[in-house]
Design a protein around this ligand. Structure first.
Ligand code: ADP
Ligand code: ZN
Length: 732
C-alpha cells in the first residue's frame, strides 16, 4: 500500500517538476532505494539520466541534499537549469564572493535550499564543514564518483577525502554515481567510501545505435575530409589531444568549406561560449575540441564523434563516443590510431609519480589492445566495463562488418591457459608471453620459470601473436583479471571447463598497424606535393601553356605561375576557379588574370584521361606561418605585387605587412622598392624617410599623427611599407 503510494508521488513529481511521464531504466529503483535510506551506487552511461537520480529525491525529501561534483565550470549551468524548474538549488565553490557565501549560509540554515552543489575542495574547508553541520542534510550525492579511484582515468586526490568529510557532517545516506567504472574501479570506489554494502545499480553500457570504427592514422586529413563530405551538414565532434591540433584542424575544416569551430580551455571564455552555442543552435556543424568539450553538453543529434588522436583511456573513449546518437539514431564513432600517438601520450606522463605513471600506462595499454584487436568493438567495450555482450556479430562495428581472418584457436588457448596455470595465476600478460615463447628475462630467471613444462612451448609464434591470443581468451572469458592485483590474469570457471574438455574456439588475427606509415604530423602541406607525386605529363602541358602566355604578355614565365604551383596543379587537378585559387602561390587575383587557360587545359586533361578529379578529396590547408614567411620572401624576391602575395596566402594586406615586418625585424633584408616606387612618388618617399631618420620612435601611430596634414598618401599602409624599407636599408 505504502509502496504504491510512494510510487505515485514520485511519478507525479517527475511529471510536475521535470515534465517526464516515465522513469528511464533504473532511475525509479535507484531513487526509491535512496529514499529508503540505503547507500546507493549507480553506474549509468552518459546521457542515461543520472542527475535525476539525486535531483528528484532532493526535492521529495526533507532537508538539503549535498551534491559533490568536480566540475566547477558546470555547476552554474546545472543550478540555473534546476532553478528554471522551480527548484531552489545553489552552489558553493571557489568562484563565490564572501558576500555570496554569507547569503548562501543564511539561506541554507533557514532550510530553504534543496540542493547544494559543492566542489570537494570547498567541502574540505573547516568553515564550510562547520556551517553544514548546522544544516539538516537529506543525503549526499557524489557525482563523477570514478574520480575517487586512482586506477581510473580521471583520478582527483581530493576525492579520496570525501568519506572523512561526510563523516563530519553526520550519518546520512550516500549515493555515488558514475558513467564509467571498470569492476576494479567500482570496488575501489566502494572501499574508499566504506560502502561495500551499498546497493549497486548498473545499467547496460551497450549503445546499440553507435557504430565503432578504428582506422590507421595515415593521410588522416584526407580521410577526415572525405568522411566529413559524406556527412555534410550533420552535427559532429572531433576530439584532438592538444589545443594546437584543435586550432589547426578547425582551420583546416573551415578552409575546406565546413562550418567548424574550435573549443578548448585556452580560448577566451566568450569565444568558447559562442562556439558552444553555435554548435547547439546549429550555426556550426562541427566542434573540434580537446576533451574539455562535452561534459554536460546534451545535444541529442550528434551524428559522429571522431578521435583524431588516440584517447588516453577506454573510459575517456567510451564517454566521448557516448555523446553521439543520444536520440537513439545513427552515431558513427571513428578513431584514428597510431603507435606514435601512444608513445606521445606516454611522454606526457613522464613527470608523474611512478604509481601514477604505471596506472596511466595500464590504461593506455587497454587502449592499444582495443584498437588492434580483431574482436567485436562492442564486446570489448562492454567487457571492459564488466558487462558481457551476448550477441554474436553485432553488425555495428568495423570488426563485425569486415571480419578479420579467422583460425581455430583451440590449441593456442590451451597453451595460454596452461601457462597461466603453471605460473600459479600470479602473472600478467608480458610474463606469460615470455614463458610461452621461451624468452628468458629477469623475471623468468628469478622465478625459475624456464624449468616449467610449458616454457618455450609457443616458440613457433611471435610474441605479438600470443598477446593477441591471451587478450582474446580474456574477452571471451576463459581468463579473468585479478581484481586485487592489477595486470594479473587468472583462469575463469569457463577456462577450467575448457582445460578439462577443450573444444574449438574461433580466434582472429589482430589488425596490423605496424606496417602503416604514420602521418607526418608536422607538415601541414595540403596534399603531398613532393617531386614524385605529381602528374608529370600534365605538368609538362602546364609549363607549355605558361610559356605561351608569358610570350604573349611579354613577361617572364615565373610571373605567371611558379613551378611549385604548377606541380600542385598537376597533383590536385583543380577545375574550378576556387580550387585553382587555393593552390599555393596562386590566389584569386592570378586566377582572374591568367587562370582561364590553365583551367581549360586541366579540365580537358581530366576528361581525356578519365581522371577522378581530386576536388572531392582535396585537403586544403591554410598556410602555416613559417611557410608563409618563406613564400613572402621568395615572392618579394621575384617582385610579385604585394596585393597578389597577400591574395595567394589568403591573408589581408595588413596581416601580410605584419608578416613582412616580422621578417624584417628578424634581420632579413627585403627590397620592396619595386612596389613602393609604384605607389609613392619619390618626393613623398623622401619625406617619410626623413621623418623616420629624425623620429625617436618607429611607432606608426606617431608617424601617422606627425604626417597626417601633409598628404593623403601618408596613410598607415604606406608608412608601414616605408618603415620596412627604412629598416631594411638602415637596420639590416
Ligand atoms: P547523465 O548525467 O547520465 O549523462 P543527464 O542526467 O544529463 O545524464 O540526463 C540526460 C538527458 O536525459 C537529459 O536531457 C535529461 O533531461 C533526460 N532525462 C533524464 N531522465 C529522463 C526521463 N525519465 N525521461 C526523459 N528524459 C529524461
Ligand atoms: Zn561488433
Amino acid at each position: 500500500m505504502l509502496v504504491a503510494e510512494e510510487k505515485d508521488v514520485l511519478k507525479e513529481k517527475l511529471k510536475e517538476i521535470f515534465g517526464y511521464s516515465q522513469f528511464r531504466g533504473n532511475q525509479e529503483m535507484v531513487i526509491r532505494n535512496l529514499l529508503n535510506g540505503h547507500n546507493t551506487f549507480v553506474i549509468m552511461p552518459t546521457g542515461a539520466g543520472k542527475s535525476l537520480c539525486y535531483q528528484l529525491p532532493a526535492v521529495v525529501k526533507d532537508g538539503l541534499a549535498i551534491v559533490i561534483s568536480p566540475l566547477i565550470a558546470l555547476m552554474k549551468n546545472q543550478v540555473d537549469s534546476l532553478n528554471a524548474y522551480g527548484i531552489n538549488a545553489r552552489f558553493l565553490n571557489s568562484t563565490l564572493s564572501k558576500g555570496e557565501i554569507t547569503r548562501l549560509k543564511k539561506d541554507a540554515t533557514s532550510g530553504n535550499i534543496k540542493l547544494l552543489y559543492v566542489a570537494p575542495e570547498s567541502l574540505n574547508k573547516e568553515e564550510n564543514i562547520e556551517f553544514l553541520q548546522k544544516v539538516n542534510i537529506s543525503f549526499v550525492a557524489i557525482d563523477e564518483a570514478h574520480c575517487i579511484s586512482e586506477w581510473g582515468h580521471d583520478f582527483r586526490p581530493e576525492y579520496r577525502k570525501i568519506k572523512t568529510m561526510i563523516g563530519q557532517l553526520g550519518d546520512m545516506p550516500v549515493i555515488a554515481l558514475t558513467a564509467t567504472a571498470t569492476p576494479k574501479v567500482q570496488l575501489d570506489i566502494q572501499k574508499n567510501l566504506q560502502m561495500e554494502e551499498a546497493d549497486v545499480f548498473i545499467s547496460s553500457f551497450n549503445r546499440t545505435n553507435l557504430y565503432y570504427e578504428v582506422r590507421p592514422k595515415k593521410e588522416t586529413k584526407k580521410q577526415l575530409i572525405r568522411f566529413l563530405k559524406e556527412h555534410k551538414g550533420k552535427s559532429g565532434v572531433i576530439y584532438c589531444l592538444s589545443r594546437k591540433k584543435v586550432e589547426e584542424i578547425a582551420q583546416l575544416l573551415n578552409v575546406n568549406g565546413f562550418k567548424a569551430a574550435p573549443y578548448h580551455a585556452g580560448l577566451d571564455p566568450d569565444v568558447r561560449i559562442k562556439n558552444q552555442d553555435g554548435f547547439l543552435n546549429e550555426d556550426i556543424d562541427i566542434i573540434v575540441a580537446t576533451i574539455a568539450f562535452g561534459m554536460g553538453i546534451d545535444k541529442p543529434d550528434v551524428r559522429f564523434v571522431i578521435h583524431y588522436d588516440v584517447p588516453k583511456s577506454l573510459e575517456g573513449y567510451y564517454q566521448e563516443t557516448g555523446r553521439a546518437g543520444r536520440d537513439g539514431l545513427e552515431g558513427h564513432c571513428l578513431m584514428f590510431y597510431s603507435h606514435n600517438d601512444l608513445s606521445k601520450l606516454e611522454k606526457f606522463n613522464k613527470d608523474k609519480s611512478v604509481q601514477e605513471r604505471e596506472n596511466a600506462r595500464v590504461l593506455l595499454q587497454e587502449m592499444e589492445f582495443y584498437a588492434e584487436s580483431p574482436v567485436c568493438r562492442r564486446r570489448q567495450l562492454l567487457h571492459y566495463f564488466g558487462e558481457e555482450f551476448d550477441g554474436g556479430n553485432c553488425g555495428m562495428c568495423d570488426n563485425c562488418v569486415h571480419p578479420r581472418e579467422r583460425f581455430d584457436g583451440m590449441n593456442f588457448v590451451k597453451l595460454a591457459l596452461e601457462a597461466v596455470k603453471q605460473t600459479s595465476e600470479r602473472f600478467g600478460l608480458n610474463h606469460l608471453v615470455n614463458v610461452l615463447t621461451g624468452t628468458e628475462d629477469e623475471y623468468v630467471k628469478s622465478y625459475s620459470h624456464f624449468k616449467l613444462a610449458i616454457f618455450g612451448k609457443g616458440k613457433g609464434e611471435a610474441a605479438e601473436f600470443w598477446k593477441s591470443v591471451i587478450r582474446q581468451a580474456l574477452v571471451f572469458q576463459y581468463l579473468e583479471k585479478d581484481i586485487d592485483n592489477i595486470g594479473v590474469l587468472r583462469i575463469s570457471e569457463k577456462g577450467k571447463q575448457f582445460l578439462k574438455k577443450p573444444h574449438s574456439i574461433e580466434l582472429a588475427r589482430d589488425h596490423d598497424f605496424t606496417t602503416e606509415v604514420d602521418e607526418e604530423e608536422d607538415s601541414p602541406d595540403r596534399v603531398p606535393v613532393n617531386s614524385k607525386s605529381y602528374d608529370a605529363r600534365l605538368f609538362e602541358l602546364l609549363k607549355a601553356a605558361r610559356k605561351k602566355i608569358a610570350k604573349e604578355k611579354d613577361l617572364p614565365p615565373y610571373v605567371i605561375f611558379q613551378d611549385p604551383s604548377l606541380e600542385e596543379m598537376a597533383t590536385t587537378y583543380p577545375t574550378t576557379k576556387e580550387d585553382l585559387a587555393s593552390v599555393n602561390g596562386v590566389g584569386m587575383g592570378k586566377v582572374n588574370k591568367f587562370g582561364r587557360e590553365f583551367l581549360d587545359l586541366i579540365q580537358k586533361y581530366v576528361d581525356d584521361n578519365d581522371i577522378e578529379t581530386a576536388s572531392d578529396i582535396i585537403v586544403k590547408t591554410s598556410v602555416n606561418k613559417s611557410k608563409a614567411k618563406i613564400q613572402i620572401i621568395q615572392q618579394i624576391d621575384r617582385k610579385i605585387e604585394l596585393d597578389e602575395i597577400a591574395d595567394s596566402l589568403k591573408m589581408s594586406f595588413q596581416d601580410m605587412l605584419t608578416e613582412i615586418e616580422n621578417i624584417c625585424y628578424s634581420g632579413t633584408k627585403l627590397n620592396l622598392d619595386y612596389y613602393i616606387d609604384e605607389v609613392l612618388e619619390e618626393e613623398k618617399q623622401d619625406t617619410i624617410f626623413e621623418y623616420f631618420l629624425n623620429s625617436e620612435t618607429d611607432s606608426i601611430k606617431d608617424a601617422v599623427e606627425a604626417l597626417k596634414d601633409e598628404d593623403s598618401d601618408f596613410d598607415e599602409d604606406n608608412l608601414r611599407l616605408m618603415r620596412i624599407k627604412f629598416l631594411s636599408e638602415y637596420a639590416n
